[in-house]
Design a protein around this ligand. Structure first.
Ligand code: GCU
Length: 410
């Protein structure tokens, strides 16, 4: 079911497989690339072309003008009964137009003898919601007023501490010798349709200044750009192996992790959890959430050009299997949930299966599954997929599989 009621009376989602329109997907490989003897270099060229089309038609272009970064460690202490080290870093992004502080929260195992592979994912409600730990700094940015996160007047408060802890199994990761880094997505760009007057957009007023610019960067591009700045900071932290940072996200932040992995090859692997429409799911299936619906409910997520494809998916020059292919040959994990039909599990699975073509051309194994698997079995490899039994969420079962997945980097 659709969680956002505003336009629901105008839109009836299709959940009937027999009503999926006939569609023809744009190929991942063009003829030249498909026939090339030197596949990796032919793919480089094709990949740049696809990346450019996704930038122009879907996510929007990010600024190329200068900015400065300042990294300050604000706090470090042992935690989890001595098993972990918690650090908080203030990452300050500045341009001539202003400064933007973003707080990175990091957990690493205290026992580690060297830098560790680390997950990096944005959170929805503030760093203080990921664990009931009174030392985690409260965000001062705009947050949604939603229970159980207990924000009032869009300000974070102590009551929200730990309210999202089931989504962030810090101890599981520490016990497996892994790190976890997170930041609140609203510090990079508040998730409201506010004409981009605040957050990171405000620091680059000359980049696509007109609100009508068709390739103006939307919030997903802004959050992804922010993930790259957090990685810049992680490259300076001794406890993190920056060559093994896995970018992860759930839902809209899963769409974000895919775009971050596509635009920043320093991310060693990418995980999209229940990312759905605009993420891993094929747009042309128009199953569950559609391009029209997402552009109407969340006009600030994608760029203006993407609205041309409202109720017109067949005209898209791209589709989401090509987005997944942009991650090759780096490991990729696409995850769905059986009751999350809004995100179209089959469309997410098909995308991962189709993107496998590029991995195979790199002589790596593609997704081992032939069809949508039974719930609660995970197929873990270079290209991984699972369908968790249950609703739209990220839980410890999902994470247990992500821990197995990251081991291929260790
Ligand atoms: C809404 C939206 C989805 C998104 C989800 C989320 O359901 O329609 O596209 O993934 O919110 O981020 O939780």
């Amino acid at each position: 079911t659709c969680p956002c009621s505003a336009q629901s009376e105008k839109f009836v989602a299709n959940y009937d497989e027999s009503q999926v329109p006939d569609y023809e997907l744009p190929p991942i490989l063009d003829e030249v690339t498909a026939q090339a003897d030197d596949f990796p270099s032919a793919w480089d060229a094709r990949r740049s072309q696809l990346l450019q089309t996704f930038t122009e038609q879907m996510f929007g272009s990010v600024p190329t003008s200068e900015f400065e970064l300042l990294f300050e460690k604000v706090e470090q202490a042992h935690c989890l009964a001595g098993k972990g080290i918690r650090q908080q870093w203030k990452v300050t992004i500045s341009t001539e137009s202003g400064t933007l502080p973003v707080t990175l929260l990091l957990y690493t195992p205290a026992q580690a003898t060297g830098p560790v592979p680390t997950f990096l994912g944005l959170n929805f409600h503030g760093n203080h919601t990921i664990a009931a730990d009174p030392e985690i700094l409260l965000t001062e940015s705009w947050v949604r007023d939603s229970k159980p996160q207990s924000a009032t007047n869009h300000q974070a408060s102590d009551e929200g501490r730990g309210s999202s802890s089931s989504r962030w199994p810090i101890e599981l990761l520490i016990d497996n010798g892994l790190g976890l880094a997170t930041a609140y997505y609203g510090e990079i760009d508040p998730d409201t349709d506010d004409q981009f007057e605040n957050g990171i957009h405000a620091l680059f007023p000359d980049h696509r200044p007109s609100a009508e610019a068709p390739d103006r960067w939307g919030s997903i591009a802004a959050w992804s750009w922010g993930l790259s700045r957090l990685l810049d900071c992680m490259e300076q932290i001794d406890q993190v192996d920056a060559s093994k940072v896995v970018v992860i996200g759930h839902s809209r932040l899963g769409k974000t992790s895919l775009w971050a992995g596509a635009t920043d090859p320093r991310f060693a692997a990418t995980i999209s959890n229940d990312s759905g429409c605009g993420g891993a799911a094929l747009s042309r299936r128009a199953f569950g959430e559609t391009v029209w619906r997402i552009n109407t409910s969340f006009p600030h997520w994608f760029c203006g050009n993407f609205k041309q494809y409202n109720r017109n998916e067949a005209a898209l020059p791209i589709d989401q299997h090509q987005l997944l292919a942009l991650l090759a040959p780096r490991p990729l994990y696409v995850a769905s949930a059986s009751e999350d039909q809004w995100a179209d599990p089959r469309g997410e699975f098909l995308s991962a299966k189709l993107a496998s073509e590029v991995y195979e051309r790199f002589e790596l194994p593609g997704l081992a599954l032939q069809d949508l698997p039974k719930p609660n079995t995970a197929s873990i490899g270079v290209v991984s997929y699972h369908l968790r039994e249950g609703t739209h969420n990220i839980d410890s079962w999902d994470w247990t599989n992500y821990v197995q997945f990251i081991k291929q980097l260790q």
